[in-house]
Design a protein. Sequence first.
Length: 276
Amino acid sequence: MDIKGKNENNLYSVLMSLYKKEHPDYLRLALDSMINQTVKPDEIVLVEDGPLTPELYAVVEEYKPYLHIVINKKNLGLGLALNEGLKACRNELVARMDTDDISKPDRCEKQLKRFMEKPELAIVGSHIDEFVGDPSNVISQRRVPLTSEDIYEYAKKRSAFNHPAVMYRKSVVLAEGGYSDLKRNQDVDLFGRMLFKGHKAENIDEALLWFRSSDELAARRKSWENTKSYIDTIKKFWKMGYSSFGDYAKVAVAQTGMFILPAKMQNWVYKKFLRK
């Protein structure tokens, strides 16, 4: 199926949120990876989530011809910032992208093709290659379930998608209330609500994005804020009838155990058991 010719079936928006702690060079790489997709985006919506540094403003100015900029005068946090950007997207299909990752050149082409083949889908994601420093230095791969049925069961306890690598339907996300105001795991919460309401999703069986790993990411995983947020999200799923009490209890014990582990041991567990 050839979808490279521009038509209404392959129009999509890219949605990104930028805040002051991001790295200018990483932002350039992220933007270039979307601008150079084999099926080019119709627009790139970039949310400036609060005031930025002069260096970041310089990059935004450099890429301004490619960008539809949404400005938040103060920092709202990722979820609420994405809601503002999503409302500004003019296309039904929206590709999420983070400002420090790198999409592979045919990522969006493959996701668009899946939507064309299966128009009932609300979310199409993929695996990701996690790298340190340079994309050639892949240290692990985060694999996710593929079928709608497997995703539905998996998401009761764990994140069934790689958020920066998803493409979804704007209308469905908005109909289910968009992202919540959680400081962490906004995507887990949103996608769980969508799945519980019966919306279908699939993940493509290959890594379509290079995900930047770092000591800062490891520190966020180690934080109690992140741990509690994840436990609370699965508790919410239990309360609304999606996850079971057993699912919630397993997550609470496992997440607390991971939090207690020393950082080096925690990273070993992630790489040994939670990554390829």
